[in-house]
Design a protein around this ligand. Structure first.
Ligand code: ADP
Ligand code: ZN
Length: 587
């Protein structure tokens, strides 16, 4: 096919690559044939090439909608370096500069023009777009159009209308790393894509070792410190939930390094070694010799943030301890590990952050540390932050429910005893088509796949579930007692009270409400409280119970609660025993 050869030539000429990655070629060809496309690929898989190559081949202008000014600048600089004339119009330019860019574009001197979605609302830009031939209209981060995704931006809602009122309709190419069925449907509908060629690719990253470890909060920092010390020659990212955690942990890591160096210089050789980098260089601390780790979060000054980022990208500081503010637009290929200190809010978020490991294709590790308190925290956060969105009450409910489903899938990833790679690719809909849409409750997904895993499906060799051994504990009596208690209190109390009743607490509040007279009072006196919470959480993830939303969550019965009263009811908790947590396996 002619388009294909020209596309390959262009790929070589401008980017120096010899071949397309999976999925890229199909999208490039579809665009060249005049079709609309929807490309679903994880960050780093190479979405940009899919519209940049067509842009070089088409005669008219390519407009790219991009949500972040900083990313715009990086892209445009990169394109100009590669010899593709590109520019952006945004608020960092004054009016005269903006006019100048639009004039150059109108005169045909610019191939690719990057703008933020808000720009489409201005009359100046509308007038420009009406008189300039636009061949390709690209929407990056297209999931921002959907209230069902993570980063809804109301300005994205104007894009569909803008395209529709253009005198000549260009082909439209939308790209996203968010793959849920619902978001995809929204993208197609709200951007008005015309029978788009849709491809979903590149979600499996076989060089990444996925590792999930359930761990009490108080053990986490010590575990991470040990890991970092054992991998001191390597570059890593540690994601924390709060700014405070990033500062505490980075300080702890630097203290540990200092102690290590001190004991080394004190001549305790033989006892303490500072490990050497894989390339044989003596030590990979920062050039000032003091900094092993640096914190990064949104509360730091722009200057401090860019210093931290630069130190990390240039390998001067091997480890960055960050909130999720870190990473957008960072292209560092030799990150050997990404550790999550807590459970992220969704698989999409996790995949994006963990996926910053191993861009160079070398074996790298993605470890997720979690425990049940993360679930509680995440649910609370879910109910909190919507002030900035101008949503009706109904929309708010919908967004909340959708975020909840995203979180449930994340919980499912933490709990699953089957292959983590398979869980990921299934979630992103790459291999097996999934019944009931992508937002399937995680419990269902878990049970189906864990059965398969136990039936001797091939072990992937690059995830902790395939590498570990499984232990199963029968918790049927605990599950039963919990459900009985929910019934006793008329589905009107939260988890804390239910646990207290089951434990037979003597607290005044409990006694004054007469809860000590309930049949389930003290039924689990001998069971550790953590185990009760564990089972209760799992019951809710599996749909036997339901934890209501709102400020004071109440434990209610879920859609499967009837099954508990059946004589055949049986309930297990499965755990992966970690044999080699902390070691990067030889692949
Ligand atoms: P995304 O937009 O999906 O996050 P990018 O387009 O930024 O990803 O691409 C990620 C990296 O992969 C870039 O460094 C890019 O140059 C590289 N890349 C893209 N396509 C190819 C290809 N066909 N062959 C080799 N490298 C590629
Ligand atoms: Zn596996």
């Amino acid at each position: 096919m002619i388009a294909s050869n020209r596309a390959l030539a262009s790929l070589k000429k401008y980017f120096g690559y010899d071949s397309f990655r999976p999925g890229q070629e199909a999208l490039v060809n579809a665009i060249m044939q005049g079709r609309d496309v929807l490309g679903v690929m994880p960050t780093g898989a190479g979405k940009s090439v899919c519209y940049q190559i067509p842009a070089t081949l088409l005669t008219g202008l390519t407009i790219v909608i991009s949500p972040l000014i900083s990313l715009m600048r990086d892209q445009v600089d990169g394109l100009n370096d590669a010899g593709i004339s590109a520019a952006y119009v945004n608020t960092t330019l004054d009016i005269t500069e903006q006019e100048a860019v639009l004039e150059r574009a109108a005169a045909g001197h610019i191939k690719m023009l990057y703008v933020a979605p808000e720009r489409l609302e201005t009359s100046r830009f509308r007038a420009f777009a009406a008189r300039v031939p636009i061949d390709l209209f690209t929407v990056d981060e297209a999931h921002c159009v959907s209230q069902w995704g993570q980063d809804f931006r109301s300005s994205y809602l104007g894009i569909g209308d803008f395209i529709a009122q253009l005198p000549r309709r260009p082909r439209v190419a939308a790209f996203t790393a968010t793959a849920t069925e619902r978001v995809r449907r929204d993208i197609i509908e709200l951007l008005g894509l015309d029978r788009p060629i849709t491809t979903v690719t590149g979600f499996d990253r076989p060089n990444l070792y996925f590792d999930v470890i359930r761990m009490e909060n108080k053990r986490k920092n010590a575990w991470i410190e040990r890991y970092v010390r054992e991998h001191i020659g390597e570059s890593g990212i540690i994601y924390c939930a709060t700014r405070k955690e990033t500062e505490e942990l980075s300080a702890q890591l630097n203290d540990a390094l200092r102690a290590l160096r001190q004991s080394a210089t004190l001549g305790e050789s033989g006892e303490v070694n500072i490990p050497t980098a894989p390339d044989g260089s003596a030590s990979t601390e920062s050039s000032d010799g003091k900094t092993l780790a640096v914190a990064y979060h949104g509360g730091m000054s722009a200057d401090a943030r860019s210093r931290a980022q630069r130190g990390f990208v240039t390998d001067e500081i091997p480890v960055v301890v960050a909130t999720n503010a870190f990473g957008m637009g960072i292209d560092k290929s030799n990150v050997r590990y990404v550790i999550h200190h807590n459970m992220p809010e969704s698989i999409e978020a996790y995949y994006q952050e963990a996926g910053r490991a191993g861009r160079d294709g070398e074996p790298s590790r993605c470890t997720l540390l979690w425990n049940d308190s993360d679930i509680v925290t995440r649910r609370r956060l879910l109910d909190a932050d919507y002030e900035n969105d101008r949503l009706s009450e109904e929309e708010r409910q919908n967004v909340r429910a959708s975020r909840r489903r995203l979180l449930d899938a994340m919980i499912g990833y933490c709990r699953t005893t089957s292959c983590l790679h398979r869980y990921m690719t299934r979630y992103f809909g790459q291999q097996e088509p999934r019944t009931g849409g992508v937002n399937m409750p995680s419990g269902t997904l878990d049970m189906q796949s864990s059965a398969q895993a136990q039936d001797g499906q091939a072990r992937c060799g690059v995830c902790s579930n395939c590498g570990g051994t499984l232990s199963v504990m029968d918790v049927t009596p605990i599950a039963y007692a919990i459900c009985r208690c929910v019934h006793d209190v008329n589905q009107s109390y939260g988890m804390g009270k239910i646990v207290a009743v089951l434990k037979g607490s003597q607290s005044q509040e409990l006694l004054s409400r007469g809860l000590n007279r309930l049949p389930s009072y003290g039924a689990l006196k001998e069971t550790p409280e953590a185990r009760i919470r564990d089972v209760l959480n799992q019951l809710s993830v599996d749909g036997f119970l339901h934890i209501s939303e709102g400020r004071l969550p109440v434990v209610e019965f879920g859609t499967r609660s009837q099954e508990v009263t059946s004589a055949h009811f049986h309930y297990d908790i499965k755990r992966i025993e970690h044999r080699n947590a902390g070691e990067v396996p030889k692949s």
